[in-house]
Design a protein around this ligand. Structure first.
Ligand SMILES: NC(=O)C1=CN([C@@H]2O[C@H](COP(=O)(O)OP(=O)(O)OC[C@H]3O[C@@H](n4cnc5c(N)ncnc54)[C@H](OP(=O)(O)O)[C@@H]3O)[C@@H](O)[C@H]2O)C=CC1
Ligand SMILES: O=C(O)[C@@H]1CCC=N1
Length: 188
């Protein structure tokens, strides 16, 4: 609908799309012009300059033009040029995933509140633990499983929690959620 409105008035040379599931081919045909298209998938942490954006472009866009869009997006976070077939997976793993991460942070805080911690303090402890854990993955380059093992002392508290999360299907729930997310993107 929006492309219909825009295409009749378009004067610019490059179009940057943030629409999930809309392929370069679909975008080109929607604009009905000889356009240069950069298809991207950003995420909301861009608001605090910790975004993760993937992009790909049609062959009409030159390397310099793609580089220009990359440089704009790099001002608000990390950027990766990917092959187009990966764009739907990107929606699941970074475009939409901040929502699931916030749900996890909320649940961590709820658990702490149940044990008597004040709510605001619980959000700080939960969010900083998630931030620090993410940084460990990015900065050490270690496998997430190995990092998890480092926290699990033999017979300790963490393995108790890990065992309950496994029993309740945390990892398979997340995998299935991403499959649903990607399937929805492909239908859009
Ligand atoms: N939210 C996210 O994290 C991400 C979103 N995206 C994509 O970005 C797009 C926007 O998402 P989001 O900001 O969350 O959605 P919102 O619903 O918050 O914003 C959509 C905006 O588009 C305007 N709009 C809707 N229809 C028209 C129209 N026909 N003509 C002109 N303006 C219109 C709306 O105006 P009004 O309020 O007046 O109706 C509104 O300002 C979506 O395609 C989404 O999939 C991509 C990556 C991440
Ligand atoms: O929910 C959506 O449609 C958008 C796409 C990625 C994040 N939010």
């Amino acid at each position: 609908m929006v492309t219909g409105v825009v295409s009749s008035n378009i004067v610019c040379k490059e179009i940057v799309s943030i629409a999930p599931g809309k392929t370069l081919e679909e975008l080109i045909s929607a604009f009905q012009k000889d356009v240069k298209i950069v298809r991207t998938m950003p995420n909301t942490p861009s608001m605090v300059c910790e975004g993760m954006t993937a992009l790909c472009s049609n062959e009409k866009a030159s390397e310099g033009e793609l580089e220009f869009v990359c440089s704009l997006l790099k001002s608000v976070g990390e950027v990766e040029v990917v092959q187009e077939y990966m764009m739907d997976a990107v929606v699941g793993v970074s475009g939409s995933s901040p929502a699931y991460v916030y749900m996890f942070i909320e649940a961590l805080a709820d658990g702490a509140v149940m044990e008597g911690m004040p709510r605001e303090m619980a959000y700080k402890f939960a969010a900083q633990a998630v931030l620090g854990s993410a940084k460990m993955v990015l900065e050490t380059g270690m496998h997430p499983g190995a990092l998890k093992d480092m926290v699990c002392s033999p017979g300790g508290t963490t393995i108790e929690a890990v065992s309950i999360l496994e029993e309740r299907g945390m990892r398979s729930s997340v995998i299935e959620a991403i499959r649903g997310c990607v399937a929805k993107a492909r239908k859009m």
